[in-house]
Design a protein around this ligand. Structure first.
Ligand SMILES: Nc1ncnc2c1ncn2[C@@H]1O[C@H](COP(=O)(O)OP(=O)(O)O)[C@@H](O)[C@H]1O
Ligand SMILES: [Mg+2]
Length: 377
């Protein structure tokens, strides 16, 4: 990809930019509408309108389609009508004749520094120490809780190669699955995503697990690419990760935090300790958290036993409330949508803690609300 696309018949503009160390190439007006994905578009478009009295037709559409890209006009003089047209089309800078190398270079660099790509969204991965500990319950409720708090759509990806349960938890029967995304990973952009996610009443966009597993499993490269795209498109993505799929466990580089779910039961606890150690060495200790689900204060294995075995703090204890959990599952409606239960409150606290939100106010700049405030400026 070229950093700078130059819409001009004047080769000297390209040469001037290249001489000052920028990656520039000339394009034709027809190429303006051909940039499909944001990753293919240039960071800056230089439009030469010297000797013309109108901007090229595709400029405004290009700016709308690629809001992260900037535009520089090269004009003969500061003609007010052309300037107004430029402002409406979202032009950032103007360079007038005589076009010196310094003036052009300065204008392009000013735009470049203001078009640094937006930081990626937060990604929270849930992995169970054992089947049935409540990993899907945690993932679904975290997604729904963050959707509520941030008033944004949150993406939930059910990373099970067949037979994932997240669609049931959300009361939907999706037509597409995560396999559609993985198999078309080079085409995955915002409109492709919008077509394959299932939009649920909980405000969660679900990329469901396929009904039939894919023979040969999921490819790590594609899984990584999917998670990166998801983080570019959603401010919050939640993953329900199949614990037995080592390929997936090795593809979580995009994850902000990986949550290992355990219960107060010996087999589950041993697995949680092993898994947390493995994930800490792969992704770094600060990235991994352990949560006890279905917590019971009077259980034989107590909170501090769990912390000792895990070798670190276990902050979140999600209470056991089978009637509430089961009613929500049967109704296809996440627990957090009905706030009054202790279980719902525990899920919301966990979700806010993961996202760095304290009492629905900004805790630190990387929090969900912090990002919203920042992006809306
Ligand atoms: N905190 C909880 N209290 C009581 N029951 C729970 C809790 N969390 C999950 N469950 C129940 O446990 C069962 C398994 O949960 P699920 O999320 O499907 O586990 P996993 O994804 O780890 O296999 C479900 O019936 C669910 O309703
Ligand atoms: Mg599950």
């Amino acid at each position: 990809m070229n950093q700078i696309a130059v819409l001009s018949t004047d080769e000297r503009l390209v040469e001037t930019l290249r001489t000052s160390g920028l990656k520039a190439a000339r394009i034709d007006p027809s190429e303006l509408s051909a940039y499909g994905r944001a990753a293919e578009a240039p960071q800056v478009l230089v439009v030469d309108v010297r000797g013309r009295d109108h901007l090229p037709a595709g400029l405004a559409a290009f700016r709308r389609q690629h809001p992260g890209a900037g535009a520089v006009l090269v004009v003969s003089s500061l003609d007010p009508r052309l300037m107004l047209e430029g402002m409406r089309a979202g032009v950032n800078e103007c360079v007038t004749e005589p076009v010196t190398a310094k003036a052009l270079d300065d204008a392009v660099r000013r735009v470049l520094t203001s078009t640094i790509p937006e930081p990626a969204g937060q990604v929270f991965a849930f992995v169970g120490a054992k089947g049935g500990v409540g990993t899907s319950t945690l993932a679904v409720n975290t997604a729904a809780a963050l959707g509520r708090v941030s008033r944004e759509h949150v993406l939930l990806i059910d990373l099970h190669n067949g037979n994932g349960d997240d669609a049931v938890f959300l009361g939907v029967e999706p037509r597409f699955s995560v396999l559609d995304a993985l198999e078309n990973i080079e085409r995955v952009d915002e409109s492709f995503f919008a077509g394959i996610v299932e939009k649920t009443e909980a405000g969660v966009h679900l990329l469901a697990s396929p009904n039939q597993p894919r023979p040969g499993g999921i490819d790590a490269r594609r899984a990584r690419a999917l998670l990166e795209s998801a983080a570019q498109m959603y401010r919050v993505t939640v993953l329900d990760v199949a614990r037995s799929d080592m390929t997936l466990l090795d593809s979580l580089d995009a994850a902000t935090t990986i949550v290992v779910a355990t219960s107060q039961e010996i087999a589950s606890l041993r697995n949680a300790a092993r898994m947390a150690a493995m994930l800490r060495s792969r992704y770094g200790a600060t990235c991994v958290k352990v949560v006890i689900n279905r917590f019971q204060r009077d259980a034989v294995i107590a909170h501090d036993d769990v912390e000792r075995v895990i070798g670190g703090e276990v902050k979140h204890l999600i209470p056991s409330d089978y009637p509430v959990a089961l009613a929500a599952l049967n109704a296809g409606r996440p627990v957090v949508l009905d706030k009054e239960s202790r279980l719902a409150r525990a899920f919301v606290t966990l979700a806010k803690d993961l996202a760095g939100i304290v009492k629905e106010r900004v805790a630190r700049p990387s929090s969900v609300l912090g990002r919203l405030a920042w992006r809306r400026v």
